[in-house]
Design a protein around this ligand. Sequence first.
Ligand code: ZN
Length: 151
Amino acid sequence: MSLISLRDRQTVLRRDRFTCQLCGAKPPDVKLEVDHKTPVSLGGKDDTSNLWTVCFECNRGKSNVWDDGERSGMLVGKWFHSWTIDRRIAWQGRVADYAVDANMFLVDTLDWFCGDFHSQRLVSTTDMKNWTFYESAEEMRAAWEEYAKTA
Ligand SMILES: [Zn+2]
């Protein structure tokens, strides 16, 4: 059981400019929540570096971010971990491009050891629903280190 203090919630909401960090929506269009970026069950911490502002819909994987070309485009440039069905990290990489017509993303995967470019893949939006996204390579690496401690 993990609790996020009211003070941390307010800090995170202000830092994220009261905007959902996945789809860019703001109140009153959506209800915002502060939640863990890397889940506590996967070793994520309660400090504000691992907290972010997401809307109710995104937080439950139901957001129309996945059906709306303009919003999906916001994922381009973000770093990611993809997950296997049993919640192990499958790939690390960066979203390279988004094909609106096809509703597919082009992603660069990175080598686990040296971090260099490994391969490029086309991924459907459906396949990306449970991925974790990061703003920077540093953030992605930090999340991996936390994950590696528990894996
Ligand atoms: Zn959202």
